[in-house]
Structures are given as structure tokens and as C-alpha cells.
Design a protein around this ligand. Structure first.
Ligand code: SF4
Length: 485
């Protein structure tokens, strides 16, 4: 087996324990135009996108211009039954899965949101966040608009409804006022529109199934329903589907191309491709690059499931240290953030993840993870490995330190709660109780993902790592996180 050099690494310390702190996925959208099984396809498509939001789900179909919809709290399989599916005929649909912060669970915010406007019905589903939504909302309210939800989606609906122009031009005008990272699906009685923000921060892909068109947040949804991939929706682009087929238009020039790097690192499913780059392959390259940048002599490599397994395989391949399943995720537990007390939350985390004693006992373990947010989860996982008998735990992270909040749809804590915003690497290592800690370098991350050679950061947003955001974010009350609640 090929081994790399043994470099310097930290080897001391302890810290204090706290709560579950993984970053939260934003939302997933799925659309169908021109297929007789629109509702069923949406069900399976949303099921494939479930990792992007477990809080609520919804589907709205259009049957000869008549809307039918159902939304509910919970997983896709919990929200829809056979009766719901049979009550949603039609050959076009939009659907949504949503994540919301704990305590903000409201059915009123479940999407798609459906409105009446002077041109008929309008259903809207979105992924991401409009940074200047509070300002637009205040402005609209001062002009008489009444809002029923706290969702950004309603802001765009009001902008469209107030415009005197025909629908597509009204949507273009509305989008031109928005600052943020978003992917939108809008369905009217006779059309389906899809749009990406001018930086392409949130992924949105176009596919084909039979005579119909499919739109989805990730290509994994295409695989599930047997659709073929056509292309990614481009930054600033708006696609219009109507009885005459597909029309490709723009509402804004391409600004700095900046796909969310965390989609590659953590959020998207490993079997998805974003801009032609497969997630599993890019995560493997991150693991290989970590090995090059921060090799440590060890007996086994393990990845924190599920997002870090690909990177752990890459680290193992690069170093020759064997990859082992040192950590197992229990997929059948409830979501820990709904547990009311700290004590129960801590039990919840253990319910979610277990160390495999027979694998890690007496071993020097390299543990690969995608990010450290508050540091509490990392510490808990390191301690799980230690309690199961690991001799040493060396933590390798496939992203640079996450030191800044996200304004584009990722639910991040306040800056002061991000451990990397105030602590040195050595202090973080101490806090998570690791023997050594290394974060992938920014150039190493960019190189591992690949992407557009001629764009800044090869077309990636790295704002939460380098505080250099692709849009203006210093609005008076710019919202952090997701705009769907
Ligand atoms: S700030 Fe970070 S999480 Fe937010 S879009 Fe940019 S890379 Fe993604």
C-alpha cells in the first residue's frame, strides 16, 4: 500500500459538550410540464429530494388550467396518500420539500404557495433566500399589500400580481428587483416558469421524460423517475414552458457565477451532478486533497455518514490507509431538533449515530467530516469514537473553516455561534477533543470541485468561508438563512 509522509499534527486537549449542530439543508423543488402523470412523478421526484427538506412537502397540479394541491407537515411519504394523489390530476405540476428552523414550523409556509391574481391562478415554489425581501415586503405593505405568510415566496407573488405587464414580463421585472440566491418554479393556468438567480447560487436542472419536461433541484430526482438530463438552468435565466414548448429567455445578465460550494461539500446527494460535476467524485477529490495537505499516520479512515463517506474513500485511496465503517447512521430515528430538552437532544444524537466498537477499538482513526459549525456535533462524534475504544481521533474537514453566516438559503447560526469565527484551529481542535484537526484549504477545495476555469473561485460561492459574498448583503435587515419561513 502506498503511504504518504507523516506530517506534524496537534496532539492534546479537551473541551466542553453541547448540542446537535449540523447545517440544515434548504429546500427542494420539482416541476413537470406535459406529462400525464405529473402528480405521481412529483411525488417520486420530491422523495428523491427529501434530504433537502424534511419539514413539509407540497404538490400543486394543473389540469386544463384548474389547480389541485395538497400540502402538509412532515416527510413526503407522510404528507401524501393514495387519495391525495388521485385528487391531483393534470399534466403539469410543481412540488416542494422544505426545511424550516426549529420552532418556525408552520403549515402556512409550506409550499407551493397558491395565489389568485388578475391573470388567474399562480403557484410558486422556491429554494433559497431573497436577501432584500424584508425591504421589498415593507415597501409593498406601505402600498397596501397584505401578506399571509412570512415566506419570501409571497413577496415574489405580490410583485408579479402588482405588475401591469403580461406574465412573463411581470416575472422578469419582479426577479430583477431581487437580491439573493434562489431557484424558482412558477405555475400559472397555462404555463410553467423556472428561473435561477443571476449568480446561479442554488442548483436547478432541466430534463426530459417522454414528451414532457422535468425541472428539479438535483439530477438525482431524474434518475428516480427515469428522466434524462438536458442541462442546468443558467444564472439569470428564465425558462418558459407553454403549449408551444420551451422558450429560453433571460431576466438578468450573468453576473459573477457563484454556485454554493456547500452543495458540493455537503447538501446535494452524491449521485447528483451540478453543472456536470458529480458530487461523489468531487467529494472523493476533496478527501484525496485532504490527504495531500494533511496526512496523518493512522490505522483506519472513517467518514461521518452520509455526506463524508465519499471523501473518506478518497482519503483512504490517496493514503493507502484502509477505509472502514467506523460510524453508522441510524436512518430510522426522528429528527433530533424537535426534542425539547438538551438532555433529550443529546440522546437523539446518539440515536442517530453509533461508533462500531469492533472496527475502531484500539485503532488510530482518521475521521473525515464536511464542516464544523458550532463544534458540538464534532465533539460528540469524536467522543463516540473514543468511548468505543479509538486510541487517537484525527479530524479532517473537507471545507475551510465555516466562519460566516449564509444569506442564500442555508440555515446557519449567528456569526458569534460559529466556532470558527472566534477560535483558532488549535482552539477548535481542543474544543472538539481531537488529537489533530485540519480544514481543507480554499485552493484545495476549489481545485477538488473543478468548475469554470475563467470565473472567480472557478464559479463557486465561498462566502461562509472567506466572507466574500457574490451579492450585496449589507441591507438593513438582511435575512440570514432560508427565505421559506
Ligand atoms: S455563503 Fe456558503 S452556504 Fe451560503 S451559498 Fe455561499 S457557499 Fe453556500
Amino acid at each position: 500500500m502506498r503511504r504518504l509522509w507523516t506530517g506534524d499534527y496537534y496532539n492534546e486537549g479537551n473541551g466542553k459538550d453541547d448540542i446537535f449542530d449540523k447545517l440544515k439543508e434548504e429546500c427542494g423543488v420539482f416541476g413537470v410540464f406535459g406529462h400525464p402523470d405529473a402528480a405521481t412523478l412529483s411525488y417520486y421526484g420530491l422523495h428523491a429530494l427529501q434530504h433537502r427538506g424534511e419539514e413539509s412537502a407540497g404538490i400543486c397540479t394543473s389540469d386544463n388550467g384548474v389547480f389541485h394541491y395538497h400540502r402538509g407537515m412532515g416527510l413526503v411519504k407522510e404528507v401524501f396518500d393514495r387519495d391525495h394523489m388521485e385528487s391531483m390530476p393534470g399534466d403539469r405540476s410543481i412540488g416542494h420539500v422544505r426545511y424550516s428552523t426549529a420552532g418556525e414550523s408552520k403549515l402556512a409556509n409550506a409550499q407551493p404557495l397558491v395565489f389568485k391574481y388578475r391573470g388567474g391562478d399562480l403557484a410558486v415554489a422556491t429554494n433559497g433566500n431573497i436577501v432584500n425581501a424584508p425591504q421589498i415586503r415593507r415597501d409593498l405593505e406601505s402600498k397596501g399589500s397584505i401578506f399571509q405568510t412570512t415566506s419570501d415566496t409571497e413577496v415574489i407573488a405580490h410583485l408579479i400580481a402588482r405588475s401591469p405587464k403580461e406574465l412573463v414580463e411581470a416575472v422578469k421585472d419582479a426577479f430583477a428587483q431581487l437580491v439573493g440566491g434562489f431557484a424558482f418554479l412558477i405555475m400559472t393556468n397555462d404555463r410553467l416558469l423556472a428561473a435561477s438567480d443571476p449568480h446561479g447560487l442554488r442548483p436547478l436542472v432541466l430534463g426530459r421524460l417522454g414528451e414532457g419536461y422535468i425541472l428539479a433541484s438535483e439530477t438525482c430526482a431524474f434518475e428516480t423517475i427515469g428522466a434524462s438530463y438536458l442541462r442546468d438552468v443558467q444564472p439569470g435565466e428564465i425558462l418558459v414552458l407553454d403549449k408551444d414548448g420551451l422558450h429560453e429567455e433571460r431576466y438578468a445578465p450573468l453576473e459573477r457565477r457563484a454556485v454554493c460550494a456547500m452543495e458540493y461539500i455537503y447538501f446535494a446527494r452524491p449521485d447528483s451532478d451540478i453543472n456536470g460535476i458529480n458530487l461523489h467524485a468531487s467529494r472523493k477529490r476533496m478527501g484525496q486533497q485532504l490527504a495531500v495537505e494533511a496526512f496523518v499516520d493512522a490505522d483506519i479512515v472513517t467518514g461521518v455518514p452520509d455526506s463524508s463517506i465519499s471523501a473518506a474513500i478518497g482519503y483512504a485511496e490517496q493514503t493507502g490507509i484502509s477505509y472502514e465503517l467506523g460510524l453508522i447512521k441510524n436512518k430510522y430515528t426522528g429528527r433530533t431538533f424537535i426534542q425539547p430538552s438538551q438532555e433529550l437532544r443529546e440522546k437523539g444524537v446518539k440515536m442517530k449515530l453509533s461508533a462500531v466498537r469492533k472496527v475502531v477499538e484500539g485503532k488510530r482513526v482518521v475521521m473525515i467530516d464536511d464542516s464544523i459549525v458550532r463544534g458540538t456535533t464534532s465533539r460528540r462524534i469524536v467522543n463516540l469514537l473514543r468511548e468505543a475504544g479509538a486510541l487517537e481521533v484525527h479530524v479532517r474537514i473537507t471545507s475551510p473553516p465555516f466562519a460566516n453566516p449564509c444569506f442564500y438559503g442555508i440555515d446557519t447560526p449567528d456569526r458569534r455561534d460559529l466556532i470558527a469565527s472566534s477560535k483558532t484551529i488549535e482552539e477548535i481542535r481542543e474544543a472538539i477533543n481531537a488529537d489533530s484537526l485540519y480544514f481543507l484549504s480554499k485552493p484545495g477545495l476549489i481545485e477538488s470541485i473543478g468548475g469554470h476555469e475563467d470565473a472567480l473561485n472557478r464559479g463557486l460561492c465561498l462566502g461562509c468561508f472567506d466572507n466574500d459574498y457574490p451579492t450585496q448583503v449589507d441591507f438593513e435587515d438582511a435575512k440570514i438563512g432560508c427565505g421559506c419561513d
